[in-house]
Design a protein around this ligand. Structure first.
Ligand code: 4AD
Ligand code: MG
Length: 431
C-alpha cells in the first residue's frame, strides 16, 4: 500500500493509501466518528464508520487525544466539504503514541505562553503557512542567484573582527588565539570571493548583539549577501530591485494559498514590480521636512523616518547617498562629494522598514586604510581584506537582504518573532 502525504491525495482518489500523522481534532456524529489528521503537508478528514470496522479499532477513537500520533489506512474519496477537498474512509488505525494533555488549544493564548512553547506552536496552521512562505523566499533567493551564474560561497561564522561596527559583537574565547566573534555579516569574505569568482553570494546566519527591543530586530538572523566585481552603486541598485521583485512575484505565484490563510492583502504585493523609486538622501530629508519631521543633516534615518518615507510610495523605495559619517568603514565615498557614501538602503512598504543595506565598496588602498583608522579598527585583523586592494583591486558592490524582515513584510506579520522557527531576541534564547 502506498505511503502518501496529504498534499498528494489528489493522485490517489478511489485507492487505498497509508497516512501517518497527528490528531488535529475529532468529533462524533451518531455511528460515525471523524478525525482530522495533520501530517505536516495538510489536513485530512478521516471517517470511521462503526459497521465497517472491527469494534476494537472503532473504539480506539475514544483514546485519541489532540496531537496523538497514528498510522491509518483507508480509501481516498473526493469530498468538497472536507478540509483539503479529500476524505479517507478508514480501514485500519494504529496508535503510535497517545499524547498527554496538549497545552495549546484553540482558545487565545498570550504571546509569551506561545513563545515558551515554540517547539509545539510550530504545529499550528498559521505557523505552517509562515514557514512555507519563508521556505519559498529562501528557495527563490537561491534560484535567482544560481540562475544568473552567481557562485554560493559560505563565509565563516567565527571571525577575528567586526564587519558592521564593534558595538553589536557577540564574543567568545577561541583557544589560545584570544577572542573570536560571531559574524555580523559575511560581506568581507564575500568581497574576497567576488574578486576570486566574479559574482558570488553568501547566505547564512548572522549575529548582532542588538540592544534594540523592537518588532524588527533579532540577535540571530539570516542574511543573503551578493557581491559583484566590476559593479557600481547603480548596478547594485538595479540588481537589488530585480531581486526583490523576483522574490515577491515568486511567493505570490507559488504560495497564494498560504498568503490567503494569513489574510494577506496581496494587491499591495502585486505592485512590487520594477522600477522602484530611487531617492537621494537630500530628497529624503526634503520629504521628511514636508511631513513636519525635524531632521538634522548627517543623521541616519530612524524607524519612524523610514516609515514616513516608505508611506509615500506603493512599492519598495531605495534611499541612496547617505552621509558617510553614519555608515560602515568599507563604503566608498562619492568621488564628487566625499560627504556622501555610495550606500543604499531599500525600505519595504507598509511600515516594514529597511530590508536591504548595500553599497559600492572602497577599492582604493590608501582611502581604505584611512577609513580603518578613523573607525578605530585594528589594522592587523583586516590585513587580508586590505590585500584585496593591493592585488588587482576593482570597483565592486553588493548588498545584504534580511530574510526575516522580508518574511515579516510579505506575510504582513506584526512582529519578526514569528518569521523564524526558533527566534533569538534580547530577552529570549529558548527553546
Ligand atoms: O544594513 P546591514 O547591517 O548591512 C550589512 O550587514 C552589509 N554587510 C550587507 C552587505 O552590503 N553585504 O544589514 C543588512 C540587512 C538589513 O537591511 C536588514 O534586513 C537585516 O540585514 N538586519 C536584521 N534583521 C533582523 N534583525 C536584525 N537585528 C538585523 N540587522 C540587520
Ligand atoms: Mg543597514
Amino acid at each position: 500500500m502506498p505511503k502518501v502525504y496529504i498534499e498528494g491525495l489528489a493522485r490517489h482518489v478511489d485507492s487505498d493509501v497509508e497516512l501517518n500523522g497527528w490528531i488535529y481534532n475529532k468529533r462524533s456524529s451518531g455511528k460515525i466518528r471523524f478525525i482530522v489528521l495533520r501530517d505536516g503537508s495538510g489536513l485530512c478528514q478521516c471517517v470511521l464508520v462503526k459497521s465497517n470496522l472491527p469494534e476494537e479499532t472503532f473504539n480506539l477513537f475514544d483514546k485519541l487525544t489532540q496531537e496523538s500520533s497514528i498510522k491509518i489506512t483507508g480509501k481516498v474519496r473526493k469530498e468538497d466539504r472536507a478540509p483539503g477537498g479529500f476524505e479517507i474512509e478508514l480501514k485500519d488505525l494504529q496508535v503510535i503514541s497517545i499524547a498527554e494533555e496538549y497545552p495549546i488549544t484553540p482558545k487565545e493564548h498570550g504571546v509569551e505562553f506561545l513563545m515558551d512553547r515554540r517547539h509545539l506552536w510550530l504545529r499550528s496552521s498559521r505557523q505552517h503557512a509562515i514557514l512555507r512562505v519563508r521556505h519559498e523566499i529562501i528557495k527563490s533567493i537561491r534560484n535567482f542567484f544560481d540562475d544568473k551564474g552567481f557562485i554560493l560561497v559560505d563565509s565563516p561564522i567565527l571571525t577575528p573582527a567586526a564587519c558592521e561596527g564593534t558595538s553589536t559583537l557577540f564574543e567568545t574565547e577561541y583557544f589560545d588565539l584570544g577572542k573570536a566573534y560571531l559574524t555580523q555579516s559575511g560581506q568581507l569574505y564575500a568581497e574576497a570571493s567576488a574578486l576570486a569568482l566574479g559574482r558570488v553570494y553568501t547566505f547564512g546566519p548572522t549575529f548582532r548583539a542588538e540592544k534594540s527591543k523592537t518588532r524588527r530586530h533579532l540577535t540571530e538572523f539570516w542574511m543573503v549577501e551578493p557581491e559583484m566585481a566590476f559593479f557600481d552603486l547603480n548596478e547594485d541598485m538595479d540588481l537589488a530591485e530585480e531581486f526583490v521583485e523576483h522574490i515577491v512575484q515568486t511567493v505570490l505565484k507559488n504560495r497564494a494559498q498560504e498568503l490567503k490563510f494569513l489574510e494577506r492583502d496581496t494587491t499591495k504585493l502585486e505592485n512590487v514590480k520594477r522600477p522602484f523609486p530611487r531617492i537621494h538622501y537630500e530628497e529624503a530629508i526634503e520629504i521628511l521636512k514636508k511631513k513636519g519631521i525635524d531632521f538634522e543633516w548627517g543623521n541616519d534615518l530612524g524607524g519612524t523616518d523610514e516609515t514616513v518615507l516608505a508611506e509615500q510610495f506603493d512599492k519598495p523605495v531605495m534611499i541612496h547617498h547617505y552621509p558617510a559619517q553614519v555608515k560602515a568603514f568599507y563604503m566608498k565615498r562619492d568621488p564628487n562629494d566625499s560627504r556622501y557614501a555610495l550606500a543604499v538602503d531599500m525600505l519595504a512598504p507598509e511600515g516594514y522598514g529597511e530590508i536591504i543595506g548595500g553599497s559600492q565598496r572602497e577599492d582604493n588602498l590608501d582611502l581604505l586604510l584611512e577609513r580603518i583608522k578613523e573607525h578605530n579598527l585594528p589594522q592587523e585583523a583586516f590585513e587580508w581584506y586590505i590585500d584585496l586592494r593591493r592585488y588587482g583591486s576593482v570597483p565592486h558592490a553588493g548588498f545584504g537582504l534580511g530574510v526575516e524582515r522580508t518574511v515579516a513584510w510579505i506575510c504582513k506579520l506584526d512582529h519578526i518573532r514569528e518569521t523564524i522557527p526558533f527566534p533569538r531576541m534580547i530577552y529570549r534564547n529558548t527553546p
